[in-house]
Design a protein around this ligand. Structure first.
Ligand code: HEM
Length: 509
């Protein structure tokens, strides 16, 4: 137990944690590429709430859903700040909702998100999820080796349409927002290798020590990155505006259209709107695509899950394509979606919160300015909630009668907490469901064969960083229901033939 700060008048102890070394604290104890594993080990030794300190920064690690909900949900008013990361200013990325401090700008961003992709608004895009899911299935059948590209196009184009009201044609890579985001992400990767990104997010004060970071010289890319970000903010917004003047195409209005309709379009408000739209795209595309990537890996490893899912869909839909109207009758598909999110939490440590006041929890002192990390990885591996937790097992979410369990934690911990909970979670869940049910009903994912006809073994692995995704693996994908495949192709064709929507080619350059 260590003594606490002078503000801690009752000299309450800090939560338990590993022994601190002078100056560096616990910096040397942490696996920097996969800090969630270190923190999960600490759960064994120190419990569900752990105190650590690196270079004077207080860090509280939460390893249980109960404590995360108690502090981050119930005491959200004082657990919702974010650490300031100066690199964001330099590279022009401080507009992103995820980096905003707790305050007025965040409140406005979250209100705009709620209006555009809250539970109700997300449901308005029912047709869009499926149409794009059909295109995903068609793309996967014709070019399975471009899996990552197809998944990124699926998740990114859905968000672009919801945000701006224009569409990226199937198979296209040419959308300027996608291209520029990719370019900006490349710069971010050069400046911030994944392990550095995770470390910097967890310990933002480390950016003051550039000598610790190989690649700091890439800071010369900052002006170019700022220019890219400006284009990302302005160009699609102008397209969204132009879209408003076009004839009504019967689609739900985009978030930009709703914003412009609402009237207050002062430059400050407009800048908020632009920031929200690009944050949604930047924070939602890779996460959703990574979850789908994990799904494909899980199906490859578990053919029996694919068979059961297909039998369920066939029993409910016969040879028709499944839609949201079938969702209540497809509990096993729902269980697969839950398990995909639980099995490999895409953001294993969530995004760190920061306390804006001193607090006390169960007799432990929690200082103001502490980074609070809710360890989604540890929760996903909690054997009391999820026995044999490393196993991919959708059945854990079903009752003995095959009904979906009433699990208050399902879909919760992977999306974060309180006033910072992921504002795209409803949109994400609907787009995951549409893609997963469309794939399972129409294709079979199997091991790829080598030149001698033998199965290529699958060695599952994951990348490192703030968010994770599977490392590349070989697989094959074959259509197993020609009627559904035909329906998907025809629906997609009819749509694009009759489409009056603005396309990305309407961009100036
Ligand atoms: C499977 C998909 C997704 C996962 C696993 C995921 C996960 C998360 C997590 C863990 C956070 C941090 C929450 C916290 O601080 O407590 C977050 C924040 C955020 N997410 Fe998502 N997300 C997903 C999809 C999306 C989508 C589709 C969008 C938008 C269309 C989106 C937009 C955002 C934004 C803007 C934030 C920052 C919120 C804030 O700081 O207040 N996410 N997400």
């Amino acid at each position: 137990w260590r003594s606490a700060s002078s503000k801690n008048a009752n000299l309450l102890p800090l939560p338990p944690g590993p022994r601190l070394l002078p100056f560096v604290g616990n910096a040397l104890d942490i696996d920097v590429s996969r800090p969630w594993l270190t923190y999960t080990n600490w759960k064994e030794k120190y419990g569900d709430i752990v105190y650590s300190r690196v270079l004077g920064q207080h860090i509280i690690i939460i390893n249980s859903i109960e404590i995360a909900r108690e502090l981050l949900d119930k005491r959200s008013a004082i657990y919702s700040d974010r650490p300031l990361i100066k690199t964001n200013e330099e590279f022009g990325t401080s507009f992103n909702t995820a980096f905003l401090p707790y305050g007025e700008a965040l409140r406005i961003h979250r209100k705009l998100f709620h209006r555009s992709i809250g539970a109700e608004a997300s449901a308005e895009y029912r047709d869009l999820y499926f149409r794009r899911a059909y295109e995903l299935v068609i793309d996967l059948i014709s070019a399975p080796h471009k899996l990552e590209q197809h998944l990124e196009l699926y998740s990114g184009s859905l968000i672009i349409t919801a945000m701006y009201g224009y569409e990226t044609p199937p198979g296209a890579n040419g959308d300027p927002l996608i291209q520029r985001t990719r370019e900006a992400a490349e710069i971010a990767k050069r400046v911030l290798a994944p392990e550095r990104a995770a470390l910097l997010m967890a310990f933002p004060f480390l950016e003051h020590l550039p000598s610790w970071f190989p690649g700091a010289s890439d800071r010369r890319l900052a002006p170019h990155c700022r220019k890219l970000v400006r284009q990302m903010l302005d160009e699609p917004f102008e397209i969204g505006k132009a879209k408003m003047t076009m004839a009504d195409d019967g689609r739900p209005p985009s978030i930009v259209a709703k914003f412009l309709d609402a009237g207050d379009t002062s430059p400050t408000q407009e800048e908020f709107m632009k920031g929200v739209a690009v944050s949604g795209f930047a924070d939602g595309t890779e996460t959703t695509a990574s979850a789908l990537h994990s799904f494909v890996l899980a199906m490859l490893l578990h053919p029996e899950v694919q068979s059961r899912a297909l039998a369920e869909v066939n029993a409910v839909c016969e040879d028709n394509v499944p839609g949201f109207e079938h969702r209540p009758s497809l509990p096993y598909i729902e269980a697969i979606c839950r398990e995909v999110l639980r099995w490999q939490p895409i953001v294993p440590l969530g995004v760190p919160h920061m306390t804006s006041q001193d607090d006390v929890y169960e007799g432990y002192f929690i200082p103001k300015g502490s980074l609070v990390i809710a360890n989604a990885w540890a929760i996903s591996r909690d054997e009391s909630l999820y026995p044999d937790a490393s196993r991919f097992d959708p059945e854990r979410h079903l009752t003995a009668e095959g009904k979906l369990k009433d699990d208050p934690f399902a879909g919760h911990f992977v999306f974060g907490y309180g006033r910072r909970i992921c504002p795209g979670r409803h949109f994400a869940e609907l787009s995951l469901w549409a893609a997963i049910v469309s794939i399972l009903s129409t294709v079979r994912i199997t091991k790829a064969k080598d030149s001698e006809g033998n199965d290529i073994p699958v060695i599952p692995g994951y990348t490192i960083g703030l968010s994770i995704q599977p490392t590349p693996f070989a697989f094959a994908m074959t259509s197993i229901n020609s009627q559904r495949e035909e329906h998907m192709r025809a629906a997609s064709q009819v749509y694009w033939d009759s489409c009056g929507m603005l396309r990305s080619s309407d961009f100036k350059s």
